[in-house]
Design a protein around this ligand. Structure first.
Ligand code: ATP
Ligand code: LTN
Length: 334
């Protein structure tokens, strides 16, 4: 039986991924890659919807790919590649943009958030059409399953709408994908501001646990995490967001229940709890960091693996794109 297709991606928007990307995305991708025919892209064309430095973008792209591999995404098993190396993404995005309503795109909340952050005048049309490119990513591969955080749910809904619209206008062409929304328990918050989502491009790095940080830096950030004055290790997202967040990380990395961790630290202070968490995070990160840095020492080899995977992706993508061109009525080159 052929496996169902899975697609997901991350933007190369920082030198290092953070623990939220690891728990909320990479760990799940790793677990799903056996059951699905999985495609994981480093979406550099999405990253340039906001200004990037050219040399840094290239570096961040390699670093992101190296961290995918170091976290257990296997390039021989999954198709792990760089989006811009498969031109079909941009080509399909153009066609889908002609089927997307202006108002429909305007309703996308991520655009509203980001354009507010950068100011309406310096927001590009590319930022506006970002979700259409994301739809192209997904639809090119006849994707069935799209694991994403809930912030991306609206984009996957738009993708479904565009697939259905194309299919009804031009004939059955695209698989209509289903989002697989990560559990709330996989959502990680900033250690210094535990009501804001942890983000790799956050302004302050003090509350962000980066995969590639020096282990001592990671340890310090954990020991300095914001808690409260109550002194009991208990999960209460509303009243004790700092402690709840640390418990979430602890449970996600160990596979233990929050209750068993609460029991273990009952009657002990936050210092002990943080030390325990520090040991868990350091043990998890150390090999991943070492492997990523090792991969980055040989960029030519990494580039070769990515190119091979891009060839595999192109093959699958071209099949869909040819069908699309045919149905839309673009004249084939003779
Ligand atoms: P940026 O700051 O560039 O927006 P980010 O760190 O918020 O980056 P994304 O690139 O938007 O992350 O997301 C990549 C993947 O990681 C997505 O699947 C997203 O749901 C997941 N993810 C990001 N941050 C978290 C978090 N704090 N908790 C859980 N999952 C997260
Ligand atoms: N927009 C997503 C990244 C992304 C993606 C995709 C995720 C681009 N294309 C296709 C799933 C499927 C983000 O910012 N997390």
């Amino acid at each position: 039986m052929t496996k169902a297709r899975l697609f997901s991606g991350m933007q190369p928007s920082a030198d290092s991924l953070q623990i939220g990307n690891y728990i909320g995305a990479l760990m799940q991708w790793r677990d799903m890659q056996d059951a699905y025919d999985a495609f994981f892209a480093v979406v550099d064309l999405h990253a340039i919807t906001v200004p990037q430095d050219a040399a840094q973008l290239r570096d961040k792209t390699r670093r992101t790919a190296a961290q995918y591999i170091a976290a257990g995404i296997e390039p021989d098993k999954s198709t792990l590649y760089v989006q811009s190396q498969v031109p079909a993404h941009a080509e399909l995005a153009w066609i889908l943009s002609t089927l997307t309503g202006f108002g429909e795109a305007q309703r996308m909340t991520q655009f509203k958030d980001k354009s507010q952050r950068y100011g309406a005048d310096s927001s590009s049309v590319g930022l506006f059409t970002y979700p259409v490119l994301m739809a192209a990513d997904i639809l090119l591969y006849q994707t069935k399953v799209v694991p994403v955080g809930d912030d991306q749910k609206q984009h996957v809904e738009l993708t479904r709408t565009l697939a259905e619209r194309f299919n009804s206008r031009f004939g059955e062409t695209f698989q209509v994908p289903d989002p697989v929304i990560q559990k709330e328990t996989a959502r990680i918050y900033d250690l210094q501001a535990p009501t804001s989502k942890m983000s790799k491009s956050a302004e302050s790095q003090a509350g962000v646990l980066y995969l590639l940080d020096d282990i001592n830096v990671t340890a310090k950030k954990i020991m300095r995490a914001v808690t409260d004055n109550d002194g009991t290790v208990r999960y209460d997202r509303e009243a004790k967001p700092g402690v709840a967040n640390l418990l979430t990380i602890y449970a996600a990395l160990t596979g233990r229940t929050v209750e068993s961790i609460e029991d273990e630290y009952a009657g002990r202070g936050y210092g002990d709890f943080k030390k325990g968490l520090r040991d868990v995070v350091v043990a998890e990160f150390e090999p991943v960091r070492a492997r990523a840095l090792e991969l980055l020492e040989d960029p030519a080899e990494l580039d070769r693996a990515l190119a091979q995977n891009a060839d595999r992706a192109s093959e699958a993508a071209e099949e869909t794109l040819a069908a699309v061109y045919e149905r839309v009525g673009l004249l084939r080159r003779g």
